[in-house]
Design a protein around this ligand. Structure first.
Ligand SMILES: CC(C)(COP(=O)(O)OP(=O)(O)OC[C@H]1O[C@@H](n2cnc3c(N)ncnc32)[C@H](O)[C@@H]1OP(=O)(O)O)[C@@H](O)C(=O)NCCC(=O)NCCS
Length: 207
């Protein structure tokens, strides 16, 4: 059940990960956007590791601790596995964000889910407004499917939720999502810069 990528090793979490999980889950972003308990105690981390081991046994949920060369950097899981479908969830510790780890680990799990596990559909759910998570899901090929009004309960209150899906036959190239800036939005800027660059060079030549 170990998955390897260029920089990361994904394994079921063990007791050796408890301190790092406890530390990472103090992060307000993890507490804001995921369903981890808040406040998050060391006992919560211990129970989490116990529970994930039980769920690996029963097959209802597969959770991997993400490690880079320095140690634990995140968690990624397939939840509510049933009837050929599952829900993907993830967090990356604050210090390790923005390096592509979420996308790298997520891609390995999607490959595993739609490959050897032969799942037919993956779902992604998030609190509406979680742009970082949405962009990660979009980069994995998920397609936006809508808003579930008051569809999630996090941090003690119900909020709207975004839903996206990926099915086994999908081309996994990222597509635009209506709630995110378009993927092509950089293009006109690049074109403007290119035109500006040419104009500047032309101006320089004229002088
Ligand atoms: C969401 C999260 C896992 C992203 O992890 P990461 O390792 O930083 O993500 P990556 O570096 O692989 O980036 C993946 C994509 O997300 C985008 N992204 C990452 N952080 C972002 C941010 N703060 N704001 C906007 N976009 C962001 C990246 O630009 C990239 O998108 P692109 O391919 O369109 O450029 C991380 O921010 C996190 O743990 N957040 C708190 C917990 C959480 O929200 N979990 C998800 C609950 S649904």
């Amino acid at each position: 059940m170990t998955l390897r990528t260029g920089r990361l090793v994904l394994t079921p979490p063990t007791e050796a990960d408890i301190d790092a999980i406890h530390l990472a889950c103090q992060d307000p972003e993890v507490q804001r956007w995921t369903t981890v308990p808040s406040p998050y105690t060391r006992q919560d981390a211990e129970q989490f590791v116990e529970l994930t081991a039980e769920r690996w046994q029963s097959g209802e949920e597969l959770t991997w601790a993400i490690h880079d060369a320095t140690g634990l950097v995140g968690m990624v899981g397939l939840h509510r596995i049933a009837d050929g479908a599952a829900e993907i969830g993830y967090w990356v510790s604050a210090a390790a964000r923005g390096r592509g780890y979420g996308a790298e680990a997520g891609c390995a799990v999607v490959d595993f889910a739609l490959g050897p596990m032969r799942l037919e559909r993956l779902e992604w759910h998030a609190v509406a407004g979680n742009v970082a998570s949405a962009r990660l899901a979009r980069s994995l090929g998920f397609r936006f499917e809508g808003v579930r009004r008051q569809g999630t309960r996090t941090a003690g209150r119900r909020e709207d939720a975004w839903l996206a899906g990926l099915v086994s036959g999908d081309d996994r190239s990222p597509v635009d999502w209506p709630v995110l800036a378009p993927l092509t939005s950089a293009l006109p800027v690049m074109r403007r810069r290119a035109r500006g660059g040419r104009a500047l060079r032309a101006g320089a030549a004229a002088r």
